[in-house]
Design a protein around this ligand. Sequence first.
Ligand code: PEP
Length: 248
Amino acid sequence: MRKKIIAGNWKMNCTPAQAEALCRKLLPLCEGAQADVVFCVPSVDIPAVTKVLAGSSIAVGAQNMYFEEKGAFTGEISADMLLELGVKYVIFGHSERREYFGETDEMVNRKVKKALSVGLLPIVCCGETLAQREAGIAVEWIRMQVKLALQGICAQDAEKITIAYEPIWAIGTGKTATAQQAQEICGAIRQVLSEIYDQEAAQTMRIQYGGSVNGKNAAELFAMPDIDGGLVGGASLKEEFAVIAHSE
Ligand code: PEP
C-alpha cells in the first residue's frame, strides 16, 4: 500500500518572514494527516521554514537544485547546500522551469541523479500541453518525459522518486483534469514504470496529480487507483491546503 504524498509548491511567493508566518498557520492544520506532507518553498525561505517545522511530521522541499557538486555556477544551489539545511524533497522539471528557464529532459535526469546520490528525494514533473492533448499524443509525450528523466537510474533508486503528472493546461488555470483524465495518464505512467523496471518498482513508486487541485476536488482525485496524492500550487498558500492534506 503506497502512502500518499501531498506537496505544496509555493513557487516564488513569500519572503522569509512571510514564509515563517504561513508555516505557523499551516502547521497545526496539517499535522495529523495520514499522507506525507511537504512544503516546497523558495530556497531563501528554507531556514525559516525548517525552524518552524522542526520536530513536526511535515517535511521541507526545495523547488530546484543544480547537478554539479560546487564551483563556478553563479546563482545555482547545490544538493549539499539543501541537505545541510534539512531539505528532504526537491521538485525537478516543473513546466514553469522547463518553459522559462530552459530546463531540458537531460538536465532533469542529471539533477535527479545528483539528488539521489546525496539522499534527497526527487519529485519529477511531467505533463502535456493542451495542443498535445488535442493532437492525441499526451500519453506518448509523457512516456518519453518519464523515460528520459529516469535514464540510467536503477530500480532501487527509482523507488525513492515521486512522479508528478501535471497537465500544463491545468496549472494555475483553475481547469482541473477530471479524475478520470488524471487516472488515465497516471495509469499510463505506472505502465511505463513497469516497462522500464518491473511490476514491483512500478507498484512502489508514487505518482501525484497536479493542476488546480483544491479543497473540493482533492478527495476525488486522490481516490483514483494510480493517484498517490497531489502537487499543489495556488492552494498551497492558503488554509485550504490543510483540507487537501487531509483528503484521502
Ligand atoms: C504547480 O505549480 O505545480 C501547480 C499544480 O499549480 P496549481 O495548483 O496552482 O495549478
